[in-house]
Design a protein around this ligand. Structure first.
Ligand SMILES: *Cc1c(COP(=O)(O)O)cnc(C)c1O
Length: 460
């Protein structure tokens, strides 16, 4: 049913709204387009609100748009590698590399020694291989891309089957399912065993003329307990070698440190240890436990890595100069021993630093923040937190932590939480046990003042 013309005439003109909005810190075409959309929506509304009300609604919509812009946030969730919050933050040295490379020309594919065209990121590839104890290494856009590249390379029309245990057909994060990735790569899934039990015999039986490769997927985001069995990596590797079938493991996170040295954290397999067990190739993420930029790292046998790099498809998955440079700095840090604890230096990898931050440091920061909140309309205290690695990594591991526990005096927790989320910078915490909590393990010490400011503004 169309509205009477009189009613439609009550919808304000775009120009008038734009005038009423004044200066808006968003690109003008984006503002105009939003105003048009909002006004168009009024055509089907029951009643047309007053002009001021329409302006208010549009301002609220503009605020939502403003908040949707990618921007820094303060992570008070206690989840270190929070996929929704951009996974691993980069350290100052890595950021410095990014700034320098971004603003200048560089030798990305130019050999300064000879003055001729050079290999892309060959320095990084060599050092990454060293770090992984591998013959060779290379890099793709992310671990999913690395996996697709590997699957496409090792499967063909005749040998299209990928042998994988049913216990490893996992979903990793939003919309990344191992079986779907396999299918999208043109490979055929050859599931073996059961959810909880797969034996070496199951692998043996599945191998044949149609086998392209054996894939093992690290169960990064869940764990199985009880009546569980799977053959060791060494056993599968022995079988793969005998049958001349490539054996690849998707590690997901790929830690470069001995994670079990951090209290509360389990051991996460390192690429080097997995390759030592006889796996031909591993792939893992750059922005999970490695603490670098988004990337998919591949390491293993030299002949396999160079074959992957010759795939025409590799070109579509290659990283840009910024990622390569950031990764280069990160990898060099690990090689220099900067990932090890107790070397007296601050870790250049923020995720590692957060993992190891002593409780006493967190407590003293929390106490200082609480003390500086006197006079603010809020009940503030120091609480206990349970920080997690996140990013689908080490789901059983909990790191003891310290929280700011806040109960605003005349504001509902939900409202307070929303105000902090909408602030500048946005602060993300969580509500638990009748309190709003901010876990200090994932908040940089340099952000403490901003947290205090956000709480003051939020309660004001
Ligand atoms: C996280 C994860 C991936 C995906 O890695 P991205 O770098 O996000 O593409 C793949 N496999 C496993 C086992 C993972 O944990």
């Amino acid at each position: 049913m169309t509205k009477p013309a009189a009613s439609l005439r009550a919808i304000p003109a775009v120009e008038k709204i734009l005038q009423a909005l004044g200066d808006v810190d968003l690109p003008r075409p984006a503002v105009v387009s939003l105003v048009r959309r909002e006004l168009a929506a009024l055509r089907s509304a029951e009643t047309i609100p007053a002009f001021e009300e329409v302006v208010k609604q549009i301002q609220a919509a503009l605020n939502s748009v403003r908040l949707s812009r990618i921007q820094p946030v303060i992570n008070g969730t206690g989840i270190l590698i929070h996929t929704n919050l951009g996974r691993s933050p980069l350290g100052p040295e890595v950021v410095k590399t990014l700034t320098e490379i971004a603003a200048n020309y560089n030798n990305l594919e130019y050999d300064l020694a000879s003055g001729e065209r050079g290999g892309r990121a060959s320095y990084l590839e060599q050092n990454l291989a060293l770090l992984c104890g591998a013959e060779a290494a290379t890099v793709a856009n992310n671990c999913a891309a690395a996996l697709v590249l590997i699957l496409r390379h090792f499967t063909s029309d005749e040998r299209n089957e990928v042998v994988i245990s049913r216990g490893e057909l996992v979903q990793i994060g939003g919309g990344f399912r191992i079986p779907e990735i396999l299918e999208a790569s043109g490979a055929k899934l050859r599931e073996i065993g059961t959810t909880n039990k797969t034996s070496l015999k199951d692998y043996k039986k599945a191998l044949g003329a149609r086998t392209g490769m054996i894939l093992k997927v690290h169960r990064s985001n869940f764990f199985m307990d009880g009546f569980v069995e799977s053959p060791s990596t060494e056993e599968i590797a022995g079988l793969a070698l005998k049958q001349n079938v490539p054996f690849v493991e998707d590690l997901g996170s790929g830690a470069m440190i001995q994670t079990e040295q951090v209290p509360g954290i389990e051991h996460e397999p390192t690429p080097a240890e997995v390759l030592r067990r006889g796996v031909d190739l591993v792939c893992f993420s750059g922005d999970k436990l490695l603490g670098g930029p988004q990337a998919g790292l591949i390491a293993g046998q030299a002949k396999l890595v160079s074959a992957l790099k010759r795939e025409p498809f590799f070109r579509a998955l290659r990283c840009d100069k910024l990622i390569l440079a950031a990764l280069q700095t990160t990898v060099d840090f690990y090689l220099a021993g900067a990932g090890e604890e107790g070397n007296g230096r601050a870790s250049p990898v923020p995720v590692l630093e957060m993992m190891r931050m002593p409780m006493a440091d967190l407590k003293s920061r929390a106490e200082k923040i609480v003390a500086s909140l006197s006079g603010v309309h809020i009940k503030a205290g120091v609480g206990e937190g349970r920080a997690q690695i996140g990013g689908g990594t080490l789901p059983r591991s909990i790191i003891a932590s310290v929280t700011l526990d806040l109960v605003p005096k005349n504001l509902a927790l939900e409202e307070f939480s929303a105000r902090l989320r909408h602030g500048s910078p946005p602060v993300i915490g969580y509500i638990s046990g009748g309190r709003y909590k901010l876990d200090l393990r994932t908040i940089f010490a340099a952000q403490d003042q901003a947290v205090i400011h956000a709480i003051r503004v939020g309660t004001g």
